[in-house]
Write a protein that binds this ligand. Structure first.
Ligand SMILES: *Cc1c(COP(=O)(O)O)cnc(C)c1O
Ligand code: SF4
Length: 403
């Protein structure tokens, strides 16, 4: 951590910076600091300006361009935050930002309004407040510890946080989101793993974006985590000029499986400020899934998600496999383009299974509105809050005063 490359001068010693690059570099650091671990820097091909490792690590002038559609907090993580450092968006799980420090600051970071701001862990009292919120919110059964990067914390600090979450009886699983195995794999020591395995069931999600990140060192880090009994997932970000190619993803994901890492999500790049140059079309993500599903192990096929601007959460976007339907048949296509008919059973209605009585009915039972209220409740339609038609109807019902 202390040896991270943080200035243009240090960077200039290991890479040939193009004319003007060094000065523009100073400018773009205003939005997200630079810190490149010596390890990650060693993976950069110094002679290749298009090196996928370099593009994730080295700031460019493009970061200073703010597109008209860019947002400071595109996912409304602050809006859905009941206490500083915690976002509670989904019914039964939350994320906890325990530090704003990362091993390396990814140039495509979506949380750039937060990551690297102080380059330090969150103060103890704020962590306490987050844990207290989880304790008094029993519907939270899954706590995702993230940041910044939680594995930049020391073993003791991490142990303390995980213990305090584990002490809450309503918390079933803990997840950690980290990029450390990709950018600073030597941090994954035996002693770190022995801390982590004390808090099972614990899941760890990693972020590898390109096969060149899958080095022997990264492999060793993943082995240690897997040997500690921790299921490993990977969350890639779809990045123009880095990995926007189905063949790169096939190589990345099949190699991850060899490292016992299950590809979990591919994220569409968010509308965060200054990362428009990394954004692809959504169609590129669909194409990548199209090239994976059926062509390679299903385990190598993640879910492609768009994190909805405005805080709607992750929305899966996948190729369409249902070609058409009748009341008798559903016509499907496979990955080769073969069409097939699935004949529905004559009696195709499911009836309530007695044993779920009391679970499926009513509040606090996993009923969260939305489409469920159309399927199961009394609602026949769901409308946007601000419909002009609705405003007209209200105006008719309550004529303006003095009219
Ligand atoms: C991504 C995310 C989660 C976890 O989502 P899963 O689909 O369960 O992995 C939880 N809370 C927030 C705010 C998130 O952005
Ligand atoms: S590790 Fe995650 S939070 Fe940190 S800079 Fe990279 S993407 Fe952002």
């Amino acid at each position: 951590m202390q040896s991270r490359i943080t200035t243009a001068d240090e960077l200039g010693r290991i890479l040939t910076l193009s004319r003007g690059e060094a000065s523009t570099l100073r400018k773009s650091l205003n939005s997200l600091r630079m810190a490149i671990t010596p390890y990650f820097a060693s993976l950069i091909d110094p002679g290749d300006p298009a090196c996928p490792i370099r593009r994730q690590a080295v700031p460019t002038l493009k970061e200073t361009l703010i597109a008209s559609t860019d947002l400071l907090d595109p996912l409304h993580e602050d809006v859905d935050s009941p206490v500083p450092g915690l976002t509670h968006r989904y019914p039964d799980r939350c994320i906890m930002l325990v530090t704003d420090q990362c091993g390396m600051y990814c140039r495509h970071c979506t949380r750039r309004r937060f990551a690297g701001q102080t380059d330090t862990p969150r103060p103890r009292d704020q962590i306490r407040a987050c844990v207290d919120y989880i304790a008094r919110t029993p519907e939270i059964r899954d706590v995702l510890v993230t940041g910044g990067d939680p594995l930049t914390l020391g073993d003791e600090a991490l142990d303390e946080i995980l213990s305090s979450i584990r002490a809450i009886p309503t918390v079933e699983i803990i997840r950690i989101g980290t990029r450390v195995p990709a950018v600073m794999p030597m941090r994954v020591t035996e002693s770190l793993c022995s801390v982590l395995k004390r808090h099972h069931p614990l899941w760890v999600n990693l972020q590898f974006n390109h096969p060149e990140e899958l080095t022997p060192e990264a492999e060793r880090a993943c082995s240690r985590l897997a040997d500690a009994g921790i299921p490993l997932g990977n969350q890639s970000v779809l990045l123009k000029g880095v990995n926007d190619c189905p063949y790169i993803f096939r190589e990345l994901n099949t190699k991850l499986l060899k490292m016992r890492v299950r590809p979990y999500y591919i994220y569409q790049c968010d509308l965060s400020r200054g990362i428009e140059h990394f954004r692809t079309s959504i169609g590129k993500g669909v194409e990548i899934i199209e090239y994976l599903r059926g062509h390679t192990s299903g385990l190598a096929v993640p879910t492609f998600v768009v994190d909805a601007p405005g805080g709607g959460g992750k929305i899966p976007v996948m190729p369409n496999y249902v070609i058409s339907r009748s009341d008798r048949k559903t016509i499907l296509r496979n990955y080769e383009g073969v069409l097939c008919a699935y004949t529905e059973p004559d009696d195709n209605r499911s009836r309530c299974l007695e044993r779920c009585r009391g679970i499926c009915a009513g509040e606090g039972s996993g009923f969260h509105g939305g489409l469920q209220s159309l399927f199961e409740g009394n609602a026949v339609s769901i409308e946007p809050k601000d419909l002009p038609r609705e405003r007209r109807r209200q105006a008719r019902a309550a004529p303006a005063e003095g009219a």
